[in-house]
Design a protein. Structure first.
Lengths: 122, 142
């Protein structure tokens, strides 16, 4: 029996940014899907990676651990990482655990894409 | 009858990941009725989920035959929640958990943020052994 709101992960490209859309719960059960999506965009040569959340999702400490693992890989691969679509609460949580040091937090996809484009032009 | 008995609720569930979400939803509905603000309820949801995960994974070692019990009651100025496991494993709260920079550098396990989140999100939290397990106590001011 699956008690969680199962995570749907999909990838797309927009203006040179690889977007990983995450819809659902980011918990220990999400590891394989998130890592697979990250590998896919990296194998396709992504330099800028955006994790795009849906406002009302549930992210627990096991999910945060998965995201720290992604940060490790992003650093190793010289990519830039950002997140968007987090609720105010999870923006606070990301700052609390220190993830905000490694991934810029934007309100929405539009803002993140704009900042990535500025970074690419510099 | 005291207020804490009138305004109280108990839940019991097997040690299976996912039940913490059901406990979180039930207790957050209770907290809303008891007058906690929307922001504090979000804090409660994360802290309670982490306390339940701790009980499921560490206290009860993911054994579905062992139960996790959540008791919550209202005190005059705060909501108190107790998460109790059946404590097959002695749980040791470590003082020197790795920082995120150590984790990112591969110098520590990626997991292990739950207790830090609990301590930062609650107005008061404690962890102690009890008769047949461990009890984590969380308090949220109203």
């Amino acid at each position: 029996m699956m008690l969680e709101d199962e995570l749907t992960v999909s990838t797309r490209e927009r203006d040179g940014v690889a977007i990983i859309d995450l819809v659902g719960d980011v918990t220990t059960f999400a590891e394989e899907k998130i890592n697979a999506a990250y590998r896919e965009v990296t194998n396709d040569g992504a330099r800028f990676v955006l994790l795009n959340f849906r406002q009302n999702d549930y992210i627990n400490s096991a999910g945060i651990a998965i995201l720290i693992g992604i940060v490790t890989e992003v650093n190793r691969n010289n990519q830039k990482l950002a997140v968007s679509g987090l609720s105010q609460h999870f923006q606070k949580i990301f700052r609390m655990v220190g993830l905000a040091q490694y991934a810029e937090i934007y309100q929405d996809e539009e803002e993140a894409i704009g900042r990535f484009q500025q970074a690419a032009a510099e | 009858m005291s207020t804490s008995l009138i305004y109280s609720m108990d839940l019991s569930f097997p040690s299976e990941l996912g039940y913490e979400v059901i406990a979180r939803d039930a207790v957050s509905a209770f907290a809303r009725r008891m007058g906690l603000s929307a922001e504090r309820i979000e804090d409660l949801k994360t802290a309670l989920s982490e306390a339940c995960i701790n009980a499921i994974e560490h206290g009860n070692s993911l054994r579905p035959d062992l139960r996790v019990t959540v008791h919550c009651h209202l005190e005059p100025d705060r909501l108190v929640i107790e998460v109790v496991d059946e404590g097959t494993a002695e749980f040791v709260v470590r003082d020197n958990l790795p920082t995120i920079s150590e984790k990112v550098a591969g110098l520590g396990p990626l997991r292990g943020m739950g207790l830090m989140l609990i301590s930062q999100l609650c107005d008061e939290s404690s962890f102690e052994p009890c008769a047949n397990g461990n009890r984590m106590r969380l308090a949220f001011s109203r």
